[in-house]
Design a protein around this ligand. Structure first.
Ligand code: ATP
Length: 270
């Protein structure tokens, strides 16, 4: 059993990320300090190119910081691991496998050493059921819609029973209606699984609807956290009711104000 602090489940301390480029060193992130509590839903928002994906990749362990340290449950994040599952925008499914097989592959990787084939199959089926894809289990990615593919990606991530679900603009490529439906589903899944989620988004409404905390990044280079907004809207949250909610509008305005007034993109004149 871990004795890690539930309020500092993910603990990011003084993180910097500098990339080597042809033009020299590029400081992408500077002095990032952030904690995410167990069961918290945190979104990262900021203008294009500010470093949201860079930060998510660091939490995923896909990259290592140039400076500083990232911890998950009191352990240094030293590489990717099934306890931190990632859902990407482009769902990255294997096209020659069925939806079932795509999810099964992840389940097998995590649980094959300790569980029977029947148990692995049951896990796969329940992950697909969680995202409403039981009927599409035998279809291949080429035979299903973008929204369904994204659901398979989410099912695959959830099937690993990760401690943390990391999502990089998971709904970015979807039309508005599909996006709204998947946001609602995600709200239900997160409520049911009590998952800890860190999600990158460009969408202010998505951030307010889903988040406990909205982390707003300043513009790069050397982007950092400009402000953290705690969203105290009660759950379960219903998008239709929230549309007229004064508190919801205030949160929305605070994020818009940060993005478009205080961090407005300044056009560089040559
Ligand atoms: N491997 C890399 N090498 C060099 N520069 C990089 C690398 N990865 C990211 N960058 C730069 O770091 C900055 C942050 O990139 P990042 O992709 O994290 O931004 P983002 O906020 O996720 O952008 P978007 O919202 O457009 O996806 C950008 O200026 C980008 O060009």
């Amino acid at each position: 059993m871990s004795n890690s602090s539930p309020t500092k489940y993910i603990d990011i301390q003084h993180v910097e990320q500098t990339f080597k480029t042809k033009k020299g060193l590029f400081p992408a992130l500077k002095d990032i300090n952030l904690t995410v509590a167990k069961g918290e839903f945190v979104t990262l928002i900021g203008h294009s190119g500010c470093g949201k994906s860079t930060l998510l990749n660091l939490i995923a362990g896909l990259t290592t910081p140039s400076h500083g340290v990232l911890l998950c449950a009191d352990r240094e994040i030293a590489g990717p691991g099934p306890e931190r599952a990632v859902v990407f925008q482009n769902h990255s499914l294997l096209p020659w496998l069925t939806c079932f097989e795509n999810v099964y592959l992840a389940v097998e990787r995590v649980f094959a050493a300790t569980e029977s084939k029947a148990q692995l199959k049951a896990r796969t089926e329940s992950a697909l059921a969680l995202v409403g894809l039981t009927a599409a289990a035998q279809k291949r990615p080429g035979e299903i819609s973008g929204g369904m593919k994204q659901r398979v990606g989410i099912a695959r991530a959830l099937s690993m029973e990760p401690k943390v679900l990391l999502m990089d603009e998971p709904f970015g490529a979807l039309d508005a209606l599909t996006r709204a439906k998947l946001q609602d589903e995600l709200l239900e899944i997160v409520a049911a699984t009590q998952a800890t989620v860190v999600m990158v988004t460009h969408d202010v409404d998505e951030a307010v609807l889903l988040s406990d905390k909205i982390v707003m990044l300043t513009n790069g280079p050397a982007a950092t956290i400009g402000e953290v907004l705690t969203v105290e809207l009660p759950r379960p949250r219903k998008r239709v009711a929230l549309a007229d909610d004064a508190q919801y509008q205030q949160y929305r305005k605070a994020v818009i104000d940060f993005l478009y007034t205080r961090q407005a993109h300044v056009e560089k004149v040559a």
